[in-house]
Design a protein around this ligand. Structure first.
Ligand code: UDX
Ligand code: ADP
Length: 475
C-alpha cells in the first residue's frame, strides 16, 4: 500500500467535518480536500463570499477558510465524483440518538453512516482508506466493513484492485475552541488493523502534531475510548452540578469548592464549572449509547451508574427553572424575562441539547414572556428548538407563555423582571448596569446560571442576585 495520500474527501460538512478538514487543508497544503454534503443550503453557506455567513460560527475558522478555500479546500454536493477521486475518505455525518424502533431513545441511529458507507462502496475506486470521524458505537467499523466488502464480493471481477482499509479516528474537538483544539490537540487517536493505512493517516497529522501525541490502538479501543472520554467529562459536570445545589443550602460556594478540590492534581482543575447542565451534540447522546451497550451486554449496574449522570443533568435544568419561578414570588405568568444566551456554550451558534431549550420551555409553560438574546443563534433556530412561533408583539391579555427575539442585551431587558444568564458569552461581562437597570421593572433580579462574575456594580443598581452554587443566596 502506497502511503501517499493526495485527495481527501470528507462526507459531512457539519460541526466536525467542516472545521477538521479546514485545519488539515491549512496544515497540509499539498493535499486536496473536498468536503461534500447532501445539504445544498449548507454547502452554499460554506461557499458564501461573505465569510460571516459560514454555517458554523467558530473563532478562527473564517481566517482559515479565507486562506484555503478554492485552493486546496473545496465544498460541494458532488458526492460521487469526490468519492471516486479520493485516496482517503472521512465519514463525518450525523449520528443522533434513535427516535423509534429497537433502542429508541438510547442507541445511535446509524442510518447516515450506513448510507455514506453505501455511497463509498458504490463510487470508490482502487485502494481507499475509510476513516470514521463521527463518534460511533463500539464495533460500528464492523458494519462499515461489511457494507464495503459486500460490493467487492458482488463485483469481484470488475474490482480486482478495489480494497478498503477502515480506521477509527475519533475527533475530540470541543465547539467554540475547535480550531485551537485541532491545531494543538491533547492527543490524536488512530485505531485500525492495517499498519500501512494507520501510517498514511499518521503522516497527515504528524505534519503539525508531535509523534508522541499520536496514539495507535485497535479499532474497537479507539471507538470505545471516544465514548468513554465524553462520558467521563459529562460525569464531572454532573458531579459538580450536584454539589452546586448542596452549596446553595449549606452556605458554601461552589467556586471555592471547585478551586480547592481542583488543586489536587489527581482531580485536576479543568471542567469543574457548575452551570445549567451540559448541552451539545455529544455528551447526552454518547452516554445514552453507553447505557444501551451496557444493557445489551447485561451490565445493568454499569448502565444505571451512567444513566444517573443524565438524570442529574435533567434535574439541574428543572431545578434552575424552579428557583427562578420561586424567587419571582412563585409565578411568572405574564412576566417579561430576559434570556441572555441560547447556545449550549459560548463561541458557538450550536444549540443542540442546549440547557436553554428546557429552561425556556419550562418558563413558557409557566406563562412567562421571554425576550431572548443570543449573539450568534438565529431566531429561526430558537423557533425550531422551542417548537413555538416567535410572537411579533406580546399579548398582555393572554396568560400563555410566549417568546420574542431581542437584537441586543438592552432590548431584551425592556420591562423585564429578571435577567437570566444561560450562556457565558464574553460580552455579558461588560454590561452597562445603569443603562440596563433603568429599562427593567422593580424588584429586579439577576439569575446567573454560569457564574459569569456579575460585577459588584450591579448590586449598587438594586438588583437581587442569585448565582449558581452560591450559598450566600440563602435568605
Ligand atoms: C465535547 C467534548 O469536550 C469534546 O472532546 C468532544 O469531541 C465533543 O463533546 P463540546 O460538547 O463541543 O465538546 O463542548 P464542551 O466544552 O465539552 O462542553 C459541553 C457542555 O458542558 C457545555 O454545555 C458546557 O457549557 C458544559 N460545561 C463544560 C460545564 O457546564 N462545565 C464545565 O466545566 C465544562
Ligand atoms: P457533526 O456535529 O457530527 O458534524 P452535523 O449534523 O453538524 O454533525 O453534520 C453532519 C452533516 O452530514 C450534515 O450536514 C448532513 O447533511 C451530512 N450528511 C449526512 N449524511 C450524508 C451523506 N450520506 N452524504 C453526504 N452528507 C451527509
Amino acid at each position: 500500500m502506497d502511503y501517499s495520500i493526495k485527495n481527501i474527501c470528507c462526507i459531512g460538512a457539519g460541526y466536525v467535518g467542516g472545521p477538521s478538514m479546514a485545519v488539515i487543508a491549512d496544515k497540509c497544503t499539498n493535499k486536496n480536500i473536498n468536503v461534500v454534503d447532501l445539504n445544498k443550503e449548507r454547502i452554499d453557506l460554506w461557499n458564501s463570499s461573505n465569510l460571516s455567513n459560514l454555517p458554523i460560527y467558530e473563532p478562527g475558522l473564517k481566517e482559515i477558510i479565507k486562506r484555503r478555500r478554492g485552493k486546496n479546500l473545496f465544498f460541494s454536493t458532488e458526492v460521487k465524483k469526490n468519492i471516486a477521486e479520493a485516496d482517503m475518505i472521512f465519514i463525518s455525518v450525523n449520528t443522533p440518538t434513535k427516535i423509534k424502533g429497537i433502542g429508541a431513545g438510547e442507541a445511535i441511529d446509524l442510518k447516515w453512516v450506513e448510507a455514506s458507507s453505501r455511497q463509498i462502496s458504490r463510487y470508490a475506486k482502487g485502494k481507499t482508506i475509510v476513516v470514521e470521524k463521527s463518534t460511533l458505537p463500539v464495533r460500528t467499523a464492523e458494519t462499515i466493513k461489511s457494507i464495503l466488502n459486500s460490493t467487492i464480493t458482488k463485483n469481484k471481477n470488475q474490482s480486482e484492485s478495489q480494497e478498503f482499509f477502515i480506521l477509527s479516528n475519533p475527533e475530540f474537538l470541543a465547539e467554540g475552541t475547535a480550531i485551537n483544539d485541532l491545531e494543538n490537540p491533547d492527543r490524536i487517536l488512530i485505531g485500525g488493523e492495517d499498519d500501512d493505512a494507520i501510517k498514511a493517516l499518521e503522516n497527515i497529522y504528524s505534519t503539525w502534531i508531535n509523534q508522541d501525541k499520536i496514539i495507535k490502538t485497535d479499532l474497537w479501543s479507539a471507538e470505545l475510548s471516544k465514548l468513554i472520554a465524553n462520558a467521563f467529562l459529562a460525569q464531572r459536570i454532573s458531579s459538580i452540578n450536584s454539589i452546586s445545589a448542596l452549596c446553595e443550602v449549606t452556605g458554601a460556594d461552589i467556586k471555592e469548592v471547585a478551586n480547592a478540590i481542583g488543586k489536587d492534581t489527581r482531580i485536576g482543575e479543568f471542567f469543574l464549572n457548575s452551570g445549567p447542565g451540559f448541552g451539545g451534540s455529544c455528551f447526552k447522546k454518547d452516554i445514552l449509547n453507553l447505557v444501551y451497550i451496557c444493557k445489551y451486554y447485561g451490565l445493568y449496574e454499569t448502565a444505571n451508574y451512567w444513566q444517573n449522570v443524565i438524570e442529574i443533568n435533567n434535574w439541574q435544568q428543572k431545578r434552575i427553572s424552579n428557583v427562578i419561578i420561586n424567587k419571582l414570588f412563585g409565578t411568572v405568568v405574564g412576566k417579561k424575562l430576559s434570556i441572555l444566551g441560547f447556545s449550549f456554550k459560548k463561541n458557538t451558534n450550536d444549540t443542540r441539547e442546549s440547557p436553554a431549550i428546557k429552561i425556556c420551555k419550562n418558563l413558557i409553560e409557566e406563562g412567562a414572556k421571554l425576550n431572548i438574546y443570543d449573539p450568534q443563534v438565529m431566531p429561526k433556530i430558537i423557533e425550531r428548538d422551542l417548537n413555538l412561533k416567535e410572537s411579533i408583539e406580546f399579548d398582555s391579555s393572554s396568560e400563555l407563555g410566549e417568546w420574542k427575539f431581542a437584537s441586543s442585551i438592552y432590548e431584551s431587558a425592556i420591562d423585564s423582571d429578571a435577567l437570566i444568564f444561560l450562556t457565558e458569552w464574553d460580552e455579558f461581562k461588560f454590561i452597562n448596569w445603569k443603562k440596563i437597570s433603568e429599562k427593567m421593572r422593580d424588584p429586579k433580579w439577576i439569575f446567573d446560571t454560569r457564574s459569569i462574575s456579575i460585577s459588584k456594580e450591579a448590586q449598587a443598581y438594586g438588583f437581587n442576585i442569585w448565582v449558581i452554587g452560591e450559598g450566600k443566596n440563602l435568605p
